[in-house]
Design a protein around this ligand. Sequence first.
Ligand SMILES: [Fe+2]
Length: 279
Amino acid sequence: MDYWITSDLHYGVAEDGDRAVEALARHVCAHPADALLVGGDIACSVTSLARCLALFADFPGAKLAVPGNHDVWLEHEEGDSWALHEQQVPDLFLRAGFHPLHLEPRTVGEVAFVGSMGWYDYSFRDDIGIELDWYEKKTLPGGHGPLWNDARYARFGCSDPELTEQLVTRLAAQLASVPPALEIVALIHHVATKDLLVHPRSIVPLRWRFANAFLGSERFAELLGAAPAVRQIFCGHIHREKSVLRGAQRYTSIGGSYRHKQLVRATSRQIVETRSFTG
Ligand SMILES: [Fe+2]
């Protein structure tokens, strides 16, 4: 049993990036696997999201997806990102034949897939002398506006730590629902452990050490680390290809950029192949 996995397709953002996505989709459709996983930040709008997912219409295996933060950004002043996460995005997934993995796990062969958009609770924060309220505003001290655009476009009606707590609780329920005999692969858009970021931290410029607080939460690794049936964890969001072992579990950030796209082929226990596509 093996599967393709990609993330951060950002369809509709750049013409060359879109050509890369289309080449990636042609490759996936021409080289079937048991499943295809798409790890969020799929497109720049609801219209582009539907167009992007349609590129995979001919893929014959199971299709699973989670949203990323860009997929729950609001295009207008009104609206609710939670409604996008719960209803509008899953509806688009289902219409395109994709299972909304952030709402419910899915078993394919002998592997159970679990998923989450993930979020951040500032647990990735470095000790750089910046008070918590600046993180809550996502604004550097002295800055003229938010450094991180979730502050402008994502509105959940709760704090970032509260949203993270809710999503960790949901992922825990997904893990608890998997029959004990199955191996588990997790797909989380945000980063599940700070180990996937740049180290040593001292080489990262201060501005980015601040912004790195919005990349993910260690809560996900703490949860997954206590579930030995979980073999591999894939993340998107950071556009940086990296793989680390924590105990027997492999954490991989898929990588890619607005212009080039990454595709990974994996089994429950290992990565078999990595490919890059450019437009
Ligand atoms: Fe993202």
